[in-house]
Design a protein around this ligand. Structure first.
Ligand SMILES: *Cc1c(COP(=O)(O)O)cnc(C)c1O
Length: 352
């Protein structure tokens, strides 16, 4: 503890993001970014961008982007909140909606940031172990009358809950907010956005960082009924009125205008995921059935850390966690077709 720090600063347990090495010496399969570039429409938007716009503050309401999102998801403006990456949207959700008398319930194996925000915002938590097959038991979340946050597909397992299960969860807790973090929903699962009209307590959070290849622009959003969106706006306007810069708003709008390319990239990732899974199983790996752009894998002869170290020596970055339930596992982002081949050929040498 430094004598200049506040109590809060001393208490924090910050999230540790995956490495972002300088240069391109490494094949990055560690942070679930897209191996493909953003849409060419994003490229032309960047080239045509008028620098004079940067002397003004950005639109605090992100109206152009909200308009594009409202058309894409068939919801009204009042149902959309945009933030600086879904991380910021989720952080506001913890402060504005999930901090309640009843403890927030979420799975023990999930997005690591949830415990960090709970700690930052003094949110009481009740962490529920996932099952031995690493799936979430929806029954653990029924009729608890407490707020819930679930990543669907879950991270880092990649396992998805069916939309009926999400609906059971939401309808089973009508007096508490249920947040579904859909950072990876475009790779196979069914989005809960269509349920928003029916349920007052459902908030769905998505991002441009993964399936839209825009991690560098930091844009995320939440969709829910107006009273939930208002809570996020109240928090935002008590913290930073202009979280999404002009440039980022423009690139996100351009990305939404190119649905064909978006779908093509998602399809390619799903195909690569199937062939990579097949290749990994042939090398003796166990692979959890993923509906995301990553796979959680284990091998009888290697811990997650040793797999990481072996691949690091070969200039490939993946991710592992030094926690008991994940010790045997490592998470590998699905790269391009060529990158998956490169990974498999290095792994072949490692497990030989
Ligand atoms: C990547 C990720 C996010 C955060 O994405 P942003 O880049 O902040 O939009 C949120 N939730 C999960 C589960 C993620 O994996």
């Amino acid at each position: 503890m430094n004598r200049f720090w506040s109590d809060i600063t001393a208490r924090l347990k910050p999230y540790v993001p995956g490495e972002q090495p300088a240069g391109d010496a490494f094949l990055k399969l560690n942070t679930n970014e897209s191996p493909y570039p953003p849409s060419s429409k994003v490229n032309s938007t960047v080239l045509d961008f008028s620098l004079s716009k940067l002397s003004l503050y950005p639109d605090p309401d992100c109206k152009m982007l909200v308009d594009a999102l409202s058309r894409r998801f068939n919801v009204d403006y009042e149902n959309i909140f945009v933030g600086n990456g879904s991380d910021e949207v989720l952080a506001h959700t913890f402060a504005g909606l999930l901090r309640q008398e009843r403890p927030l319930r979420f799975p023990d194996i999930s997005y690591g940031f949830y415990t960090v925000w709970a700690n930052l915002f003094d949110v009481k938590t009740e962490v529920i172990p996932i099952k031995s097959d690493y799936s979430i038991d929806v029954d653990d979340y029924l009729d608890i009358d407490a707020p819930i946050i679930i990543a669907n597909p879950n991270a880092p397992t990649g396992l998805v809950l069916a939309l009926e299960d999400i609906e059971r969860l939401v309808s089973g807790n009508p007096n508490s907010v249920v947040v579904i973090d859909e950072a990876y929903i475009d790779y196979g699962g069914d989005s809960a956005v269509p349920l928003v009209k029916k349920f007052q307590n459902l908030l769905v959070v998505q991002t441009f960082s993964k399936s839209r290849a825009l991690a560098g622009t930091r844009v995320g959003y939440a969709i829910g009924q107006a009273h939930l969106i208002q809570a996020l706006k109240r928090i935002k306007d008590s913290f930073n009125s202009y979280p999404v810069d002009t440039f980022s708003q423009a690139t996100a709008v351009a990305s939404l205008a190119d649905d064909d390319y978006f779908k093509e990239c998602c399809d390619r990732i799903c195909k690569s995921r199937e062939s990579l899974t097949h290749g990994l199983i042939n090398l003796g790996f166990e692979v959890l059935p993923s509906q995301a752009n990553f796979v959680l894998v284990s091998h009888p002869d290697l811990s997650g850390a040793s797999l990481y170290n072996e691949l690091y020596k070969r200039k490939i970055l993946i991710r592992y966690w030094d926690i008991p339930r994940l010790q045997a596992y490592a998470r590998i982002t699905i790269g391009s077709e060529r990158q998956c081949k490169q990974l498999l050929s290095e792994l072949e040498k490692i497990v030989a």
